[in-house]
Design a protein. Sequence first.
Length: 506
Amino acid sequence: MIAAIGQLPPLIASHVLLAGAAMLLALLIGLPLGLFAARRPRIGGAILAAAGLIQTIPGLALLALFYPVLLWLSSFAGGRIPALGFLPALLALALYALLPILRNVVAGLGGIDPAVLQAADGVGMTPGQKLHLVELPLAAPVAMAGIRTAAVWTIGAATLSTTVGYPSLGNPIFSGLQTENWSLVLAGCLGAAGLAIAADGILALIEHGLSRRRRAPLFLGVALLLIGFAAALAPAFAPRERTVIVGAKNFSEQFILARLIGARLEAAGYRVSYREGLGSAVAFRALEQGDVDVYVDYAGTLWTGAMARTDMIPRDRMLAEMARWMAEGPKTAILGPLGFENAYALAMRPGAGIASLADLAVRAPALSLGADLEFLDRPEWRAIRDAYGLRFREQRAYNPTFMYRALASGQADVISAFSSDGRIAADRLVVLADPRAAMPRYDALLLLSPARARDARFRAALRPLIGAIGVEAMRQANYLVDRDAGKATPEQAARRLETELAKPRP
């Protein structure tokens, strides 16, 4: 738990920066828009309905929707608009915070006693004076209640920014869920809850000052907000060498390999940080844009996803075509294969009497398929489904760790396993043969961003990893993290893997 807490300070700073900026943007939009909606009820109803519609979209989906929008806008701006990281998270969270702000501003202004407004008109106040001296002070307590609600929502939803490549307190939560390291999950949750409670308390102080018209609590609350935001901004202005960003997807093997890569780069003198929990398409796009400097991806994923290829060709030709495609298009580079393959494969508990996908097709209508979060939307699933005519009674998506749990508990009969996962051997799972070769190869490849592809020192630091990691070594490292008892952290598994790589080969 102590180690988990030690990871929090930089994540808290980036979390506060994101949530604070999103709330500021929401206030800049929501306060004048709320005033306009209160003045024109017919149009105001449509504005509130639109804000309500946005609120019905799940936070994760709203974040994901900004990715293609910003990508499209970036194509008109010469690629200068970042589609990942801070900007999409900022925009999504600001939109998500609008509804409580708008609704309470409208309610606060609408709840003022008409007699008070008539009295203000009677003493000859101008509209501006009436707004400043009468309406805003009377509506402020109700409006502040909406702002407090929006702040708590925003701080909680900011944990989802991890999925679009912005570091936050979601990092330990997502990493801990995958590796079943509950101290990490608890640390992330407590950190986010603590921030939400602190923000609500400070805003309550401001609300007290406004409602009682007392300057001391009002100024103290504003000062505390400014101090907190300034502290979160401070790391961004600290002089330092450019940090190398090591990317990782959302499963144990990726966390381990990211730490292995990071250790090599730190030994070579680089400053390293990690951007984890990325989806496949997001990870490669982040590499292409330079938001990630290096990460590990898999040949089949790139072939069917980024390259949109459906044909199956020999391994050497596949790697050569990938390297040529990267050089001509995204300008990224393959430093080389790490030496093992992590292929998708359907797996079952032993004793079912099914040995191949062809056998499975006969009995699939009575069985349940458990898949990882991406598999059912990937071209690989469509390829084997159509090649073998697979039709299951039920299909469910799980976090990869919970997918194996579902198989063990009988909630799933078949799962989309990974060939380098140590749980295959530990649980004595049967990996079903693919006699029609519907699945592509999945060599683990070390990928470099356009800038790092031309960096000889960077390439030299990582070149010893090429061809050095066998599938058994990777399975053992994965199992250290994924096993039930005495589990290791990704950092510990990476160090163990590093030790294995240092041993002389027979």
